[in-house]
Ligand binder design. Structure first.
Ligand code: FAD
Length: 393
């Protein structure tokens, strides 16, 4: 592989030098000269307005992606059931596949694939690639990664999606690294661009900006997506074609052995399971005032959630935290009490069906995404809501 500057076309404008993160370009006699620090990232090629820089050799061959096609979703399972995030990804995958005129495919690796494949029937899956082995009973990275790499190399999907779950976050980077392709982890949005590429959007720089990433130079285009980013909506009933993958025995091994699983017996709350969440932020004032939120949550049949500020302050425990570094939730009703609406908090709740915000600052950013806003002191507003709910007002 070689990177070449055409001196006839180069004007010495320095744009390539300014964009190079590796200090690999010098301007000599008004021409760009590329030194051996170059890692062939290609940033200078896209920046050059004069088509003066090109990479030749192996890279050119890799750029022929014509045999890569279809949108694939890795089906994750827990206790013999398809995890909700996989169904959410099938729903979005179907839309993406329709947009780029490709097929939606799924990959099921399981000790007992039949019930899992049955679960997928109403999600419009064209082809279901299946491998059966007892090794898939436990979520062990090594055999899963080896087989996914083999399957991708053989069938060449254009897009490969998985849930940004603990397992997905662990196994999928190994697959991407082995295949030498890019991976955007923890996406909050996926779209197809005008030129048919997968646009993968995720928060970056501490969640202060959203970055949209595309995979131009390798395949497949891989992304993990946060649970509850999309809704799982069964729409298109069909029996997918089942393709049994013959897996070589040497791939069905793991150097890691699961000795024991111990269930965490902490508070045991999973805020993702509730249709109503009453969330408290720093505006609640102190840990003791959370009793008001518990009362309201109980009256509405919901649970208490929280912003990171109050978790950091020790007012409530981490399993309650909503946001970029907490849980992503999508309840029917989210009541944000004394929460400012920082982008990192919104990342975890803004797709809730109905959002009620209570804040004493009428300019608080939370009001921008709220369905209903109440400007007032939470300590005053919540007791009034409780009175109404109990019919005593
Ligand atoms: P504040 O921003 O202090 O807001 C308090 C609000 O309460 C204000 O709007 C105020 O007007 C209102 N208020 C005050 N008193 C009252 C009252 N009596 N009645 C009514 N309203 C009142 N944050 C998360 O929540 N989740 C995350 O997962 C998360 N991850 C992060 C990751 C990174 C990398 C970083 C850098 C930050 C992260 N944060 C996260 C922190 C985030 O940036 C905010 O600091 C945090 O969300 C603020 O919490 P808050 O809204 O409770 O507090």
């Amino acid at each position: 592989m070689e990177i070449i500057v055409s001196f006839d076309k180069c004007t010495g404008c320095r744009k390539c030098k300014n964009v190079c993160l590796y200090d690999a370009i010098e301007i000599v006699d008004n021409k760009a000269v590329i030194n051996d620090k170059c890692v062939f990232c290609g940033a200078c090629i896209y920046e050059c307005g004069f088509d003066a820089i090109e990479i030749t050799g192996a890279m050119e061959q890799e750029k022929n992606f014509s045999e890569y096609k279809d949108i694939w979703v890795f089906i994750e399972q827990k206790n013999g059931k398809v995890r909700e995030v996989s169904l959410e990804l099938l729903t979005q995958g179907k839309k993406l596949a329709n947009q780029c005129n490709q097929e939606l495919c799924s990959l099921v690796l399981s000790e007992d694939p039949t019930p899992l494949v049955d679960n997928l029937r109403s999600y419009g899956v064209h082809k279901c690639y299946v491998a059966q082995s007892g090794i898939f009973k436990e979520n062990l990275d090594e055999p899963y990664a080896k087989i996914i790499v083999q399957v991708i190399s053989r069938y060449k999907p254009s897009v490969f999606l998985a849930g940004a779950t603990a397992f997905g976050r662990s196994v999928i980077p190994k697959v991407a690294a082995a295949l030498g392709t890019g991976l955007t982890a923890d996406c909050t949005e996926l779209r197809i661009s005008n030129d048919g590429l997968l646009e993968q959007t995720r928060p970056t720089f501490g969640g202060n900006i959203m970055a949209t990433i595309i995979t131009r130079k390798s395949r497949p285009q891989m992304a993990t997506v946060r649970p509850r980013t999309y809704e799982a909506i069964p729409s298109d009933s069909r029996d997918p074609d089942i393709i049994n993958i013959g897996v070589k025995d040497d791939l069905l091994t793991s150097r890691i052995k699961l000795i024991q699983s111990i269930k965490h017996h902490g508070e045991g709350i999973n805020i993702e399971d509730y249709e109503v969440l009453v969330a408290g932020g720093r505006g609640i004032g102190c840990a003791e005032n959370f009793s008001l939120l518990h009362e309201l949550a109980k009256a509405l049949g919901g649970a208490v959630a929280a912003s990171r500020a109050v978790v950091d302050a020790g007012w409530v425990s981490y399993p309650h935290q909503v946001g970029q570094t907490g849980k992503t939730v999508k309840p029917k009703l989210y009541i944000a009490c004394g929460i400012s609406g920082a982008i990192q908090h919104l990342a975890g709740m803004q797709t809730s069906d109905t959002i009620i915000a209570i804040n004493k600052d009428h300019d608080a950013p939370i009001f921008k995404i709220a369905t209903y806003g109440i400007v007032g002191d939470v300590i005053d507003v919540i007791p009034r809501m409780l009175k109404k709910l109990k019919g005593s007002d």
